[in-house]
Ligand binder design. Structure first.
Ligand code: ATP
Ligand code: MG
Length: 399
């Protein structure tokens, strides 16, 4: 039954099933996280009778052939299906561009899409970057993204400090399941914007929606609960100077869970190892280099398994090599943990390395946003000047 005709359309449902079964059987830790989607996803190939259903509501997840309707339905063209099998179809980008048809509670699937994509890519032995593999047809449309594709959204957000108007109607859209970047010059309000998305600052006007829920309508305890879903790596690391790396990283677990100390230890050490700090557990922040402090901040942001991770200037104070390494680390963590990652930076090199979606903040507004491909080839004079670090242009020392 199995044929090895490469790319033969009749083969695709079989290859899909085989690829998904292989991934589930691989026993990788990351794959076990697919169940966090708590949904069922049916993949069909247009023009084919057979489909494949991924049962992500079971632990461990399973693959079923065809069968009943699933909550989320994704329809591939034969070309998209072939790319999916190789882990190079960027489903969020393809949805955003309107070249992929899907129905159902998509956000839930998109949370685990990076994990599945990473695992399929590994299986296929492909080294192609996901965004690079999304192809020229995936140029984001300018229309607003549907709410079901968004992890975070701000609507007409305004914030002033005295007479200093910082946010002047920010409409930010952070798509679910990808690494997004907010880029903009120093002092434009990037950190202020981040503080609004986790309820640390209150807007003068406008609203923030996290996974569709309005912060303005939340009680104080709901906002506190939300912070368990959103891990933050603050600009200055925000580590407690009197605590060592281990206790700093364990802090959110001790604060928010009743886990016994052995379980805390397992989680803390897993995350510290993944950021290369297993040997530095006894050191205090003052005894770490800037890069180590950043990595400790990332480990701490991840211990509660947040679906959304915000990183404010993860690269500040790092040399170009360490910035590049940190970029790799962020991408690795994203492929392992899934979810959505929002990175705030004014480092163009970092943005180019990790970004799948980019929003440019300037003069209190999102001046442009869309796929990395679209923004890095923007014709907007400010965006061009900023991305190419030119001194000539609308951006000056006082702008
Ligand atoms: N709590 C505050 N009270 C008064 N002004 C503030 C406060 N927080 C921020 N600001 C002002 O808001 C502006 C934006 O600050 P913000 O820290 O958000 O900039 P940024 O874009 O993150 O810059 P950088 O790239 O340097 O980190 C600055 O002018 C800052 O002085
Ligand atoms: Mg800042």
């Amino acid at each position: 039954m199995v044929s090895d005709i490469n790319g033969h359309a009749g083969d695709l449902p079989f290859r899909l099933r085989e690829a998904l079964s292989d991934v589930l059987d691989s026993g990788r830790d990351a794959v076990a996280r697919l169940k966090y989607a708590h949904t069922t996803v049916r993949f069909t190939v247009i023009g084919e009778d057979a489909g494949v259903t991924l049962l992500l509501d079971r632990a461990p997840p399973e693959v079923a052939v065809n069968g009943d309707a699933a909550e989320v339905e994704i329809e591939f063209t034969p070309e998209q299906a072939a790319r999916f099998v190789d882990g190079v179809l960027h489903i969020p980008a393809a949805l955003e561009a309107g070249v992929l048809v899907a129905r159902g509670p998509l956000r839930r699937y998109l949370e685990v899409d990076p994990i599945l994509r990473g695992a399929l890519r590994k299986r296929a032995g492909s080294v192609e970057r996901a965004s690079a593999g999304s192809g020229p047809q995936v140029a984001a449309r300018d229309a607003q993204l549907p709410a079901d594709l968004l992890a975070i959204e701000t609507r007409d957000l305004h914030k002033s400090f005295g007479r200093n108007a910082i946010l002047r109607g920010v409409d930010l859209q952070v798509p679910e399941g990808v690494i997004s970047i907010v880029i903009g010059p120093s002092g434009t309000g990037k950190s202020v914007l981040l503080n609004h998305t986790i309820g640390l600052m209150q807007a003068d006007r406008g609203d923030v929606l996290v996974r569709g829920r309005s912060l303005a309508k939340m009680s104080r305890s709901e906002i506190l609960a939300l912070r368990l879903e959103v891990g933050v790596m603050f600009q200055d690391g925000a580590l407690f100077s009197a605590m060592n790396v281990y206790d700093n990283t364990a802090f959110p677990l001790r604060q928010h869970t009743d886990l016994p100390e052995e379980a805390v230890r397992e989680i803390v050490m897993r995350h510290l190892s993944s950021v290369g700090l297993a040997d530095a557990v006894h050191r205090r922040p003052g005894e770490l280099s800037g890069g180590m402090r950043k990595r400790a901040g990332l480990a701490r942001a991840l211990v509660l398994d947040p679906g959304i991770i915000l990183c404010d200037e993860p690269d500040s104070g790092l040399d170009p090599v360490r910035t590049a390494l940190l970029g790799e680390l962020l991408m690795e963590q994203h492929a392992e943990m899934g979810g959505t990652m929002l990175v705030i930076t004014h480092n163009i090199a970092l943005a180019k390395r990790v970004a799948e979606h980019v929003s440019v903040l300037w003069q209190g507004k999102i001046m442009e946003s869309g796929s990395a491909e679209k923004i890095f080839s923007s014709e907007n004079p400010f965006v061009r000047q900023f991305l190419e670090s030119q001194t000539e242009g609308p951006l000056g020392m006082d702008a």
